[in-house]
Design a protein around this ligand. Structure first.
Ligand code: NAP
Length: 309
């Protein structure tokens, strides 16, 4: 079994930063990701709020971060973690194809897409229903599509879909957006239409999506719109199951509870980024990654010193 000082689960922006800091402190560090390093960050079309870059695509920034982290830590991609168990030898991490032993674990497991939970959503997933504009947007060039949601993700992705030539309309359940003003201004500037006070009741079609039934949240009236695609960006659900199985405390939203040092209630287990809730921004996840790696290192040093005494 390979032994590490620190194993980081999830190689998004936060995990990569934790790996960078942990490795540079001299600890033997491993990052594991069930997919590619960067995760959903690879799909971010462009960012204008990551310090040091006026505008950069998620994929470009992740490539830079990964290269830098790889100089200091090991990264294994396409290796999903199945369980973490605390033993007298340390934390045993079982993955899809291996087992590792770690003195400390940093959980950077992120979130998954929230679903609408309406008839037709599962049936037409990949057949007109999508949760990723950057992945699937080009397939809908010149087609009529809906973007569901009123947060930063929905508006950012609607603008991306418009830019690649889709006829996109945003549908939001209220009469004001939650998204930041700069994104609302961009939506106005591009004259992307919005259907307010409406939610999806049903997604219909034969082989592919053909229409969506909307209901008005104020008067209950219904309308059926002919569309070829529907993109859903209505928030996310924390990926905290592994943490819960390990005995880590979560709040009522299933977000991992951490203190200012990113420590959880379980010794030598830390959590960072979107899985802990808070402000879901790359720069925040990266900051938390640096904090967790620093305290994980300090905690290991203290244990070492106690053992020497
Ligand atoms: P979010 O901020 O939680 O917004 C979710 C949106 O979906 C809300 O407008 C919500 O409506 C709507 N919604 C939720 N459940 C719904 C349902 N069942 N049916 C219809 N609409 C529903 O999620 P997000 O936009 O994915 O963003 C997640 C986090 O990432 C946020 O903290 C965000 O700031 C951050 N983020 C930042 C950037 C950026 O800085 N550029 C980009 C992307 C994401 P209500 O408003 O009515 O609740």
């Amino acid at each position: 079994m390979e032994k590490y000082d620190i194993v980081i689960i999830g190689a998004g922006p936060g995990g990569l930063t934790a790996g960078l800091y942990a490795g540079r402190q001299g600890t033997k560090t491993l990052l594991l990701d069930k997919g590619l390093a960067g995760g959903s960050g690879l799909m971010v079309p462009s960012m204008e709020n990551y310090p040091g870059f006026d505008l950069i695509a998620g994929m470009s920034l992740i490539a830079k971060m990964k290269k830098q982290t790889e100089r200091n830590a090991t990264i294994y991609e396409m290796e999903g973690v199945e369980s973490i168990n605390k033993t007298t030898d340390g934390l045993i991490i079982k993955t899809s194809n291996n087992k590792y032993c770690a003195k400390s674990v940093i959980l950077a497991t992120g979130t998954t897409h929230r679903k609408l939970g309406v008839p037709g959503e599962e049936e037409f997933k990949g057949l007109g229903v999508s949760y990723c504009a950057t992945c699937d947007g080009l397939l809908y060039k010149d087609k009529d599509i809906l973007m569901i949601g009123g947060g930063n993700s929905a508006l950012q992705e609607a603008i991306f879909l418009h830019n690649v030539g889709c006829n996109v309309t945003v549908v939001h359940r209220r009469d004001e957006f939650r998204a930041e003003k700069y994104l609302q201004d961009k939506l106005d500037e591009k004259q992307i239409p919005v259907i307010w006070d409406s939610k999806v009741e049903e997604i219909k079609g034969n082989q592919m999506v053909e229409s969506v039934v909307l209901s008005n949240t104020k008067d209950g009236s219904k309308e059926e719109l002919k569309v070829q695609g529907i993109f859903v960006a209505i928030g996310d659900i924390p990926s905290s199951d592994l943490a819960k199985e390990l005995g880590v405390n979560v709040n009522k939203y299933n977000q991992i509870i951490v203190d200012k040092t990113q420590r959880t209630n379980v010794d030598n287990v830390y959590a960072i980024g979107d899985v802990t809730g808070g402000v879901k921004q790359w720069v925040v996840a990266c900051g938390e990654g640096a904090i967790a790696a620093t305290y994980a290192y300090q905690d290991l040093e203290q244990t070492k010193n106690r053992e020497i005494e």
